[in-house]
Design a protein around this ligand. Structure first.
Ligand SMILES: Cc1cc2nc3c(=O)[nH]c(=O)nc-3n(C[C@H](O)[C@H](O)[C@H](O)COP(=O)(O)OP(=O)(O)OC[C@H]3O[C@@H](n4cnc5c(N)ncnc54)[C@H](O)[C@@H]3O)c2cc1C
Length: 602
């Protein structure tokens, strides 16, 4: 099957020729797998995406969910697609066999899920949220919570949500106020309002399992007093039977720019509309120890944030493939220098400026896909590498790369969607082509799961300095290892390696310079510029890695594919990497323009 969702050829290159994922099958956890099972999962995901997710992508956007009589209504194709998805067992692809999972490497399931995200990001959000919820309970919940909530989620009977944000507390979760009052029977009653909750209400499943951050009265202020609770929409008995409605009420739906197929809700907990055992208060069960809620959430944050980067990549990727197909068939104009008005027009792909827009997209989306799959491979290393030192190394490197893997695709694959619209000309500005919806859908990604600005503070303020700078040192050392290999390869690779090596030195020097001020406000004032510069260097590294693989391909093997890889690598090094020079210069000058700007000067 060949679709315009993701390129199977590129996935083969990244997964097998570069990341050598079949080596993972030598480890006990993945011993049941083989190249065939990996390919089968990708085939299944692509077919599911093409046949069941893509066909209603537009309809779910134009006919967004509504509420009437207190019930959420949406087009029936969403449930039909999710029912088929549930039957495939893909939700549990990466989970342990003991809970019904396939123990598939994370890197392969991330690639497979990319097809669903590219086809219909709104519908695929429901299983993604459920997966994040289930993984959190598997990591921190009790055996009883796993039996009661995770197993039905794996079977597709229950869906999950993540309830962190409140109207007054988004980036600053330290300021949440939802409270959880302990009860004599060991349960809690929750009271408060949660804002922006994706998948917070619908009738797609038998039940909705909310994971809610709340405060137990008397606990410490700030993040140290936040606990995690599992709060079902419908109470579940010890025998697994559904009981009374819990006191969780849908206040309303948010009307979004994109991602419209996913309900986004304002929920009240403990409003008293439903009264379990005759009393107001949403019944909740503490997950793990009290006051560890945010730490538990952060445990899963790497995966969730890389998932956001992967979703952004998928939307950028499909936009790129669609604009490429359009550019190949849209005749317009003649080559520069062709003065004959009767000569046939050429397809717009023949014009260098259109090729520039396609090359830019290719360099962004294939660079981003390489980055998110590299991070997926690190997740597998972190979990299954035989040596403890390798597991620790993978953990540290992943920690360092996470804000970049979340933010870079969210920024640059959105830019790719913008270029995909431009390639379509006026047609791209209409709703007759998919690319405008991809842009609107993708516009969410720099906002949720920690905004761009919050990721920047995380990278420069926390990750670059953690363990005395050990994470940054490891990242730079890992990039320098690629630079070393490229030096030895000689030729063009060595030339690009010299440029990448210089950029890596600038990251080290700039980080020292910023923190050398001893003034965190000044150091962090331009954190977003730092995030963007380091992100570009990291993606240049991804391109040098890909160039090295392309250079070792047999000369007669798929020459156009490898030539395309080399050209995209060249593009990134010539057009994109140089942007970082100006960014590092600005950072090194300790510019305080934004810091000095006064509110009343606006
Ligand atoms: C469609 C959608 C789906 C969502 N789904 C969920 C969900 O399922 N569950 C959930 O819990 N939440 C969800 N969210 C909430 C999302 O995570 C928050 O919107 C996000 O964290 C930002 O919070 P906020 O909207 O309150 O913005 P604010 O925190 O008010 O931020 C506004 C601006 O100020 C900047 N800013 C804030 N603080 C700082 C700072 N200290 N330093 C520098 N800049 C700062 C931000 O970067 C941003 O640009 C969703 C949001 C949307 C839009």
């Amino acid at each position: 099957m060949s679709s315009t969702l993701l390129s199977r050829r590129d996935l083969r290159f990244l997964l097998h020729e570069w990341l050598d994922v079949c080596r993972l099958t030598e480890r006990p956890r993945y011993a049941e797998h083989s190249r065939e099972t990996f390919d089968d999962v990708l085939d299944l995901a692509e077919r599911l995406a093409v046949e069941h997710f893509a066909p209603h992508n537009r309809a779910a956007d134009t006919s967004e969910p509504t509420v009437s009589g207190g019930r959420v209504r949406m087009i029936p194709q969403v449930k039909a697609a999710l029912d088929v998805f549930a039957r495939t067992g893909l939700l549990a692809a990466g989970m342990d066999e003991s809970v019904g999972g396939m123990q598939l490497p994370h890197v392969v399931s991330a690639a497979a899920f990319g097809f669903l995200q590219a086809a219909n990001v709104g519908t695929s959000a429901y299983p993604f949220l459920t997966l994040g919820n289930a993984n959190l309970l598997l990591a921190h919940g009790s055996a009883e919570q796993v039996d009661t909530y995770v197993r039905p989620m794996v079977q597709g009977r229950f869906f999950g949500t993540m309830c962190l944000s409140e109207p007054q507390a988004g980036s600053s979760l330290a300021d949440i106020t939802t409270r959880a009052e302990p009860q004599d029977d060991g349960t809690y009653r929750l009271f408060g309002t949660k804002m922006w909750i994706s998948g917070g209400d619908h009738e797609l499943a038998e039940n909705i399992v909310h994971l809610v951050l709340a405060r137990i009265p008397g606990g410490p202020p700030g993040v140290k007093g936040i606990s995690l609770f599992v709060v079902p929409k419908i109470l579940v008995g010890t025998d697994g039977a559904l009981g009374a409605r819990n006191d969780v009420t849908l206040v309303g739906l948010n009307h979004k720019m994109g991602y419209r197929g996913t309900t986004n809700t304002l929920l009240n907990f403990g409003e008293g509309v439903h009264r379990p055992d005759g009393r107001p208060g949403a019944v909740g069960h503490l997950v793990g120890p009290a006051h560890q809620g945010l730490a538990q959430m952060f445990h899963m944050m790497n995966e969730a944030r890389i998932g956001v980067g992967a979703g952004a990549t998928a939307l950028g990727y499909t936009g790129y493939l669609k604009s490429l197909a359009y550019a190949r068939q849209r005749p317009q104009g003649r080559p520069v220098g062709d003065k004959d008005p009767t000569a046939p027009q050429v397809p717009i792909v023949a014009h260098p400026d259109v090729r520039r827009m396609l090359l830019a997209q290719k360099s962004y989306v294939e660079g981003a896909l390489a980055l998110v799959l590299y991070c997926g491979r690190l997740l597998d290393e972190e979990r299954t590498a035989p040596e403890a030192t390798d597991r620790e190394r993978a953990h540290l490197l992943l920690d360092m790369l996470t804000p970049i893997a979340k933010s870079w695709p969210s920024q640059w694959c959105l830019a790719a969607n913008d270029l995909a619209i431009q390639v379509h000309g006026g047609y791209g500005y209409t709703r007759d082509y998919d690319v405008e919806q991809h842009w609107r859908d993708n516009r969410l990604n720099p906002i949720h799961e920690g905004t761009h600005g919050i990721q920047a503070l995380d990278l420069l303020g926390r990750k670059a300095t953690m363990d005395g700078g050990a994470g940054l040192e490891l990242l730079l050392e890992t990039i320098r290892a690629t630079v070393g290999r490229a030096w030895k390869a000689d030729g063009e690779a060595a030339e690009l390696a010299a440029r990448l090596g210089a950029a890596v030195d600038r990251i080290a020097a700039t980080t020292r310079r910023l923190w050398g001020t001893g003034d965190p406000a000044l150091a962090l004032a331009n954190a977003s510029v730092y995030l963007e510069a380091v992100g570009h260097v990291v993606v240049a590294w991804m391109w040098l890695e890909q160039l090295l693989v392309a250079d070792t391909a047999p000369p007669d093997a798929d020459p156009d594919f490898y030539a395309g890889k080399r050209q995209a690598a060249r593009y990134f090094f010539r057009y994109e990497l140089p942007r970082t020079t100006a960014q590092f210069d600005l950072l090194d000058s300790l510019d305080s323009t934004t810091l000095d700007m006064q509110e009343n000067w606006f």
